[in-house]
Every structure is written in C-alpha cells, then in structure tokens.
Design a protein around this ligand. Structure first.
Ligand code: ASP
Length: 369
C-alpha cells in the first residue's frame, strides 16, 4: 500500500474526525469511513422553527448501536454541515478527495447527505472516482434522527452493512450507490421522486441492486464486478457553464435565443418529451443549429424518469440527430447534467466529449443499440 495513502494529510484540520467504534481484533469484520455532510438526517428544529443541521456527535448519541457493530467506524464531518440544496462542485471535490486519500485505509464508505441533491452528488462521484473498486454508499433520511419515527437509524445501519459486505475477500458492491428505504440503487441511475414519503428515491431504467429485508438480497448480476486490475484515478474538474432547457408547449423564440446566446455557454441539456421529441418549428431548429456551430454541446435527455431517447423514432426527433444533438439514451436528468459538467471540465476535445456523452462512462446509461 503506498505510503501517501496512509495519512489523511490533505484533509484540512477544520474537518472533525472521530472514531466511533473500534471492536477488538477478534470481532473486527471491516472498517468503514462515514462522511457526514448534513441534510435532514442530522437536523433539528432551530430557533426560527426551520430545520438546521446538527453536528455528528449528536447523531452518534442517537444511534448508540453504532458502537456495538463488528465494524471499525470513523466519521469525518464537514466543518459546516449543509442542507444539500446548497451543494456545489466544491463539495463534490471535497468528498472525492476524502475518499481518494482514505481509499486504502477503509473497506467501504458511507456518505450521509441531504436527499434533495443526493442523486446529483452520487452521479458526480461516480464520474470522478474512475476505477472505483470499493463501496461508496449514500444515504440520508426523510425525518431527522431526533424524531421518534425517523428512518435515519435504519438507513444508516443498513448502509454500513452494505458498505462492509464482502463476497469472499472482495467487496460485494464496488460502486457508488444510493441506499434508501430498503432499496439499494446505482447512484447515477437514481433520482429523488418524493418529498413526504419514506420511499424517496426511484430508479426506473436500471434494476434495484439489493433489497433489504430480514437479510439483504443482492441482485449480483446487475452489480458492477470487482476488478482487481483497476486502479483508482481521481478526476476532479467540472465546468458549470451549462444550462438545462426544458421543452414545453409554446416556448418563445426570443427567450430561447437569448439563453443560447449566453456568453461562455458550453453545454445545454435539452429536456425533451417522451423518447426525445421536440417541436420542429424552423426557429427552434435554427437556434439549436447555431448553438452547435458555436461548439456548444447539446445533450438530449427525456423529461420522463423512465424515458429513453431514440433519435429518429419520430419525425420530431429526427432533426435533432441531423443537426448534431447528442442522445442521452436512458440516462437520468441528474446523471446527465453532472456528466455534461464533468466532461466539459475534463476533456478538451469536443468530439471526444460528444462521444463520451453518448456511451456509458460509469454505468449511468445502457449501451444504445
Ligand atoms: N433539504 C434537505 C437536504 O437535501 C432535505 C433532506 O435531507 O431530505 O439537505
């Protein structure tokens, strides 16, 4: 194991690092690093009545069972736990760096994160951590851990179980996932679908990786395979010079033209109807064509959670293909925008960006046939 991986040198001291449990060697099954970012899971009602984040020590007090698991558990807490609606590229980078620098020390990672943008962050990490061979399991809660009926305890304890699960000597789930309400989903295939029920996440275009009942039933054929040849490579650049343009009936030309002429715009995620259809009005086609001529990448993603873009299936999508719009096939909107930002930040060549957008990078889309 390379020396540099043994220390947490690059993690600034402002991060709180706490060892929550260290069972005796005879009982030690695995080691897991929990990264606490904030979110409802760790919130309490503040003076104004609105929910505000707690620090992690308070959380440990509410889940005493963490200390009796056969796991060595360490927690790194973000200095200022945040509501995930405030997440930016900077938090994605910090998370990826923490995992990269601790990769060889722990068997798995659990990230406690707000649900609002959990699927965006999970997608971003799945692209940043190329060659990942260990579990990175995102979870959170719909009710704060301080609430009696909270889903936080069950979500956290099962996420730890999954992050430490092995098949023989190797990790059972060597990929970035979201675990929520008894379901394990590939992170970059998941999306938040409900704000007031415990089953907050959905995953329409890919099977569920595992279901937690009395035992955790893994659907091994759809889980990424452990690959001993793979080395973790961290890529941490993004470009935020993008926009999402959602199609709706009677969209106005002057507004769309204005948006597509935004200075420095590099990429547009076009949210289209059904299987990738958009109006065929002349002005709309010419707006897109002009943008593409200026090397703005236009990425076609369905507005439907279970949508699959198929250019040319209808007349209303054939023109998109002709003018050079890239098909996102069955990618989610969350994975699509992060992938667009990631490739625009990472790759210099526009043809390479377009080619990578249309094929799977980290299991976020199926291979189009
Ligand atoms: N606004 C919260 C967040 O995303 C919601 C949650 O955690 O469920 O941080």
């Amino acid at each position: 194991m390379p020396e540099k991986y043994l220390k947490m040198a690059k993690i600034p001291p402002k991060y709180r690092i706490v060892e929550v449990s260290r069972p005796p060697a005879s009982r030690l099954r695995a080691s897991v690093l929990i990264i606490y970012t904030g979110g409802t899971v760790g919130m309490v009602h503040g003076p104004s009545g609105a929910l505000v984040p707690l620090n992690f020590n308070e959380i440990v007090k509410r889940v005493p069972s963490l200390k009796s698991l056969d796991l060595k558990i360490t927690v790194i807490s973000f200095p200022e736990p945040f509501d995930s609606s405030n997440v930016t590229i900077s938090e994605w980078q910090q998370l990826a760096h923490i995992i990269y620098e601790n990769y060889h020390i722990y068997d798995g990672f659990v990230i406690l994160h707000g649900t609002d943008t959990m699927s965006f962050t999970a997608s971003a990490l799945s692209f940043m951590l190329q060659g990942l061979n260990k579990p990175v399991i995102f979870t959170g809660a719909q009710l704060p851990i301080s609430a009696i009926r909270s889903d936080a305890r069950a979500n956290l304890v099962t996420a730890l179980e999954i992050a430490s699960a092995k098949k023989g000597k190797n990790p059972m789930v060597p990929e970035v996932c979201v675990y929520f309400d008894y379901q394990l989903m590939r992170g970059n295939r998941s999306y938040k679908k409900r704000s007031s029920q415990f089953a907050a996440f959905g995953c329409d275009n890919y099977p569920i990786l595992a279901r937690a009942g009395i035992r955790i039933a893994y659907n091994e054929s759809v889980i990424k395979r452990y690959n001993p040849e793979e080395e973790l490579v961290l890529k941490d650049r993004f470009s935020a010079e993008v926009l999402i343009l959602k199609i709706f009936p009677s969209m106005q030309e002057h507004i769309v033209r204005h948006l597509l002429n935004t200075p420095d715009l590099k990429g547009v995620m076009l949210e289209t109807y059904g299987s990738g259809n958009a109006p065929i009005s002349g002005w709309f086609i010419s707006c897109l064509r002009e943008a593409i001529r200026k090397d703005i990448v236009v990425y076609n993603v369905s507005q439907l959670t279970g949508g699959i873009v198929m250019h040319g299936r209808y007349e209303t999508s054939r023109f998109l293909d002709e003018i050079g719009v890239v098909s996102g096939h069955d990618i989610t909107r969350e994975a699509a925008i992060t992938k667009l930002m990631f490739l625009l930040g990472t790759e210099g060549n526009i043809d390479v960006i377009k080619q990578k957008l249309s094929t799977p990078l980290s299991g976020e889309m199926s291979t189009p046939i």
